[in-house]
Design a protein around this ligand. Sequence first.
Ligand SMILES: Cc1ncc(COP(=O)(O)O)c(C=O)c1O
Length: 392
Amino acid sequence: MNGSHMRVYLDYNATTPLAPEVVDAVVAATRDLFGNPSSVHHFGQQAKAAMDDARTAVATLIGADPSEVVFTSGGTEADNLALRGAAEAAEPTGRRHLVASAIEHEAVLNTLKALARRGWRTTLVPVDQSGIVSAERVREALADDTAVVSVMHANNEIGTIQPIAEIAAVAHERGALMHTDAVQSAGKIPVDVRALGVDLLALSAHKLNGPKGAGALWIKRGTRMLPILTGGKHERSRRAGTENVPAIAGFGIAARQAASKIKTEGVRVAALRDRLEAGVLGGVPGTTVNGAVDARVPNTTNISFDRVEAESLLIALDLEGIAVSTGSACSSGTMEPSHVLRAMGFPAHRTQNSLRFSLGMFSTDADVDRVVAVLPGLVEKLRKLTRKAVGI
Ligand SMILES: Cc1ncc(COP(=O)(O)O)c(C=O)c1O
């Protein structure tokens, strides 16, 4: 690809391209491992062996025991299983309250809403402009009948890393379970379930160069859970349904690669992200980073552009071959302002003028150079148009 036609993908928090070894593993498993992993014959046992291998790799990535890893169809299902499974198991104990941060992914927020419709009380813990959830605020939200506290490890929009170990300790003091959505941290920073002190932890393969449609919930041994999918005895009766063997095999390869390169990739990607951020802040007047800049995953920066509609800038960048995200959900043609930036207390204009740049495995210096070269002109053009439109 020559310079002018080079496409730049900076939306790794939405999804990642597959590592070549992952593609090979998925293809090989699709072709060769068609057996049902629950079957006792050779074909079944071959598929099961591939799944066991993947389970070990995923467990190693998070410092867990393989028997505690339950494969799911992705991060959304893992979050659902964590919250619904733990909530249902807690019901007979009289616990009827759930706590989550206001900046959780929809997979958590909408699951809480669904449980609220079934009589659960829910409390969302607010955050300040740092985008960090304070353990003290979680403590204030807890009640004697809190069943589960759910706080994400890293935020998908601004990348902030939450003090999970501290929050887990606070949750446990009140006898609540602690769930963390580690979909955006696993593979980017070290994740260790014991160090985090959690009971439940959600992962998604496609955020760490694995295939879509595979994920996992780590369930600490002894945690009372009910399945949300009922059927056969798959996954030790914790998640019924014939497993997606090719995707899970790919997940295993991706997890193993992520674990082996986590330090070097973290340093490499952070250097690119920092250069991108400095280039944008220095090259475009009226720009600010959203959220705390120190406690962040290495690949993410979320930048606000004064007097620019993020959606227009996103489209202008796309026309230049550069893919970024607003972090806002685009549903039925209307842009919803980011619930994360809103929860951080930013005014409406700031929730609508912010772009997320997220880097990863295939990001290069040339990608950064291109964005830094193109952005100032695009922003200036959009600002001129706005000035014309309002007659100044
Ligand atoms: C923080 C977080 N949790 C959960 C999910 C959902 O994961 P999946 O796409 O695998 O269902 C995502 C993906 O956008 C995410 O960023």
